[in-house]
Write a protein that binds this ligand. Structure first.
Ligand SMILES: Nc1nc2c(ncn2[C@@H]2O[C@H](COP(=O)(O)OP(=O)(O)OP(=O)(O)O)[C@@H](O)[C@H]2O)c(=O)[nH]1
Ligand SMILES: [Mg+2]
Length: 281
């Protein structure tokens, strides 16, 4: 049985850092894990990737040869990957019974505009028979601006709906929140999105039109009782990579989502009620 974690999220959300801390933690548990770099623009890693899209296609060469910018070049690299799936299945053939951590690029259009990642996820799960879970990382600074935060929630949801695989949302860089000394109750409203946050947003004074738009969104979220609120489709696990226990909690949710080690007794994930995140209050 092969397992893989697709680590997604906007630019700078902490994906590569999270991949490295997942690897450190999994190795401390005695697991064999491998990094699969899916970012053609990546330059350095804490752990050397065992599998690397840059062995197939180089963003620099694509940009130079085809006169494309970084984003167009990235889309081209993924299209090239999809046309060379033999390379991927051959490379993946070396990893029987292993756990792959897949580090994705941060261009948001990859998750919301073009259907390349969903195609890749389908291929990994159906053709290559890999137990796949996706993580979407949003960084804690998004909590500073509620309108931006809700844009982040919607992008997480858009990615999740597109991928159609088990999904774990993560609020990264929680060490920064701890340092600021935010109240736990306040933090919880962002980990379990509270649409009422938008109503009290500072945009009311700054930009009334924008506030009307936000209010309409809240109205949609609350009155129509969409999935975000009713079914808790989007909930974030707090991640502090400086705290091994926090990485362990996220890994236990990932394991649970893909039933890692199904021959063993099924394990309950660690407590999800955020009670394990101590803001230091
Ligand atoms: N304080 C803090 N900083 C972090 C954390 N994780 C990442 N960073 C910093 O955030 C920046 C971006 O981290 P990366 O891990 O490269 O983020 P990424 O999502 O892989 O970025 P792209 O691949 O460019 O999309 C770096 O300067 C990291 O040192 C964290 O948990 N806490
Ligand atoms: Mg990265």
């Amino acid at each position: 049985m092969r397992y893989a974690v697709l680590v997604t999220g906007p630019a700078g959300a902490g994906k590569s850092t999270f991949c490295a801390s997942l690897i450190t933690h999994a190795q401390s548990l005695g697991r064999t894990v491998h990094l699969f770099n899916l970012d053609p623009a990546a330059d350095k890693f804490e752990y050397p990737p065992s599998l690397d899209i840059r062995d197939l296609v180089s963003l620099d060469e694509v940009m130079e040869d085809l006169q494309l910018g970084p984003n167009g070049g990235l889309v081209y690299c993924f299209e090239y990957l999809m046309q060379n799936l033999d390379w991927l299945s051959e490379a993946l053939g070396d990893f029987e019974d292993d756990y792959l951590i897949i580090d994705c690029p941060g261009q948001i259009e990859l998750y919301t505009h073009i259907p390349i990642l969903p195609r890749l996820a389908k291929l990994l799960t159906t053709t290559m028979n890999i137990n796949l879970v996706a993580c979407y990382l949003l960084e804690s600074q998004f909590m500073e601006d509620t309108a931006k935060y809700f844009a982040g929630v919607l992008s997480a949801m858009s990615c999740m709906i597109g991928l159609e695989v088990p999904f774990v949302n993560v609020m990264s860089k929680m060490d920064l929140v701890r340092r600021e000394g935010k109240r736990k109750k306040e933090v919880d409203r962002f980990l379990d999105p509270d649409p009422e946050l938008l109503r009290t947003s500072a945009t009311r004074e700054l930009n009334p039109k924008f506030h009307h738009l936000n209010s309409a969104l809240v109205h949609l979220l609350t009155r129509k009782r969409t999935q975000i609120e009713d079914f808790n489709m989007v909930q974030f696990l707090p991640l502090d990579v400086t705290d091994e226990d926090s990485v362990g909690v996220v890994l236990s949710h990932i394991d649970n989502a893909i039933q890692y080690g199904e021959h063993e007794e099924p394990k309950e994930p660690a407590d999800m009620d955020n009670g394990d995140f101590d803001t230091g209050e």
